[in-house]
Each structure stands twice: as structure tokens, then as C-alpha cells.
Design a protein around this ligand. Structure first.
Ligand code: 13P
Length: 255
């Protein structure tokens, strides 16, 4: 297995049903597959759009679909939640877990995130596991330790075989939706450290794991970030909501 280059778009709580369909149709129509090359694309729409987007992309094998969250139980009295089994049942491919917005607004911690990952992997979904430090943690030079602790708490129960289905996204909280992007040196230092931690958990399998950077990735800064050998792609928020911007970011991946 080789390490995949991935550009994923996390729409967060944006787009009505019709707007979401229109955006995916535009991407399918306009994406130049020669320029995409071997970059894998993932789209993470809100859950009401999972089924129609999966159906629209049935003949676009290079574009996978991810949910933005799941519950760790398979079913039950958990009003407002969706399970990994439900995500799988609409033929989606993946689920994002541990996004900093879920950590902050919904008080999710790495013990819970680990359960969500287990639920998703049990249903043969890929997992995009998000980690990242706050501004305060970076300012006090605790960023490396904070991210390492997140990774070890969430991932230590998984095997090298599971690692094939885990993508890590490093998203420094201070760079999300702020327009302030981590420098290549800051992101690169963290990605290299993340891979060292992954190696200590998963052994050689860590070399094949994709580590994405997220936080204000835009068409004008993507190429520089993606050129770093340990930055295997991006998890894109705001810029994934406009097809032209999302496509330029996809094309910025080195061939
Ligand atoms: P922005 O690209 O809008 O900063 O969001 C990043 C993000 O949180 C992706 O999950």
C-alpha cells in the first residue's frame, strides 16, 4: 500500500439540499481528472445530503463521501444522532471524528472519539481523525505534547491493520476559519511529529498513513503546504464550499 494524497472538503453546517446537489454536480462536470491525477477527493456534506451525494457520485470513483460525525452506539435512544451503521447503509465511505468544533461545542474528548472510531471501523468505514492544539496551547509551547496526548488516547487501542483505514487531520484550532494559516514550518514540524507518534503506535504501517493539514487552506497557500513531504493533503472548510476554490486546491497537490 502506498500513502494516499487526499483533499477532503468539510462543508460543516452549510448548504441546503439543493445547494449541496448543485455544488457536487458542478464538481463532477468541471473537475479535470488529468489535473486531479492520483489525488483522492473526499466530500463531507451535512448528513441529510449523504445519500443523494453518494448517489450522484456513483460513477465518480475518485470522489469518496464522508459523514462529519457519528455516534458510537449502533442504534438506540440517542435523539438527534446518527450511527456508523446508518452512514454505511447509504454507501458513504468514511466519517470524520474528533473535529475541534465537536470537541469544543459538544464536549467530546479522546476517550469518546476512540469509541466512535471503533464503531466506524467495525462498519468498514474509513475514519478521518482530527487533532490539534488551541492558540493558548501553542503560545505556551505545549502544542506538541497536546497533540501527542490526543493521538495516544484516541488511537492506542487500534492495530496496524486498522491503520490502513485511519487518516489523521492536523487542524490547529487557531487556524480554523480565521484566515490565519499555519506556516509550512509549523505544520511540517507537527506532521513529522505526528508520524513519529503513529510509528510508535502502529509500527511500519504509519508510513502509509495520510496526514492532512486543515485550517484556512486556500487556493493561494495550498501548493506550498502540500509540497512538504509529511503533509499528504488537506481538510478544507470554507474553501470547499466554492467549486472553483476547491478544484484549485485539489490541483495544487504535487503530481
Ligand atoms: P477552514 O478551512 O474554514 O479554516 O476550516 C478547516 C476545517 O475545520 C476543516 O475541517
Amino acid at each position: 500500500m502506498v500513502r494516499k494524497k487526499i483533499v477532503a472538503g468539510n462543508w460543516k453546517m452549510n448548504k441546503s439540499y439543493d445547494e449541496g446537489i448543485a455544488l457536487v454536480e458542478q464538481l463532477v462536470d468541471e473537475l479535470d481528472m488529468d489535473k486531479v491525477g492520483d489525488t483522492h477527493i473526499i466530500i463531507a456534506p451535512p448528513s441529510v445530503l449523504l445519500q443523494p451525494v453518494t448517489e450522484l457520485l456513483m460513477f465518480s470513483p475518485g470522489i469518496a463521501v464522508a459523514a462529519q460525525n457519528c455516534h458510537h452506539e449502533e442504534s438506540g435512544a440517542f435523539t438527534g444522532e446518527i450511527s456508523a451503521a446508518m452512514i454505511k447503509s447509504v454507501d458513504a465511505d468514511a466519517v470524520i471524528v474528533g473535529h475541534s468544533e465537536r470537541r469544543e461545542y459538544f464536549k467530546e474528548d479522546d476517550a469518546l472519539i476512540s469509541k466512535k472510531m471503533k464503531a466506524a471501523l467495525d462498519k468498514e468505514l474509513m475514519v478521518i481523525y482530527c487533532c490539534g492544539e488551541s492558540f493558548e496551547e501553542r503560545k505556551t509551547a505545549n502544542h506538541i505534547a497536546v497533540v501527542e496526548k490526543q493521538l495516544r488516547t484516541a488511537l492506542s487501542d487500534f492495530s496496524a491493520k486498522d491503520a490502513d483505514n485511519i487518516i489523521v487531520a492536523y487542524e490547529p484550532v487557531w487556524a480554523i476559519g480565521t484566515g490565519e494559516v499555519a506556516t509550512v514550518a509549523q505544520a511540517g514540524e507537527m506532521h513529522t511529529h505526528i508520524r513519529t507518534v503513529l510509528s510508535s503506535i502502529f509500527g511500519d504501517a504509519a508510513q502509509n498513513m495520510s496526514i492532512l493539514y486543515g485550517g484556512s487552506v486556500k487556493p493561494d497557500n495550498a501548493a506550498e503546504l502540500f509540497a512538504h513531504p509529511d503533509i499528504d493533503g488537506g481538510l478544507i472548510g470554507g474553501a470547499s464550499l466554492k467549486s472553483a476554490d476547491f478544484m484549485s486546491i485539489i490541483y495544487a497537490m504535487p503530481k
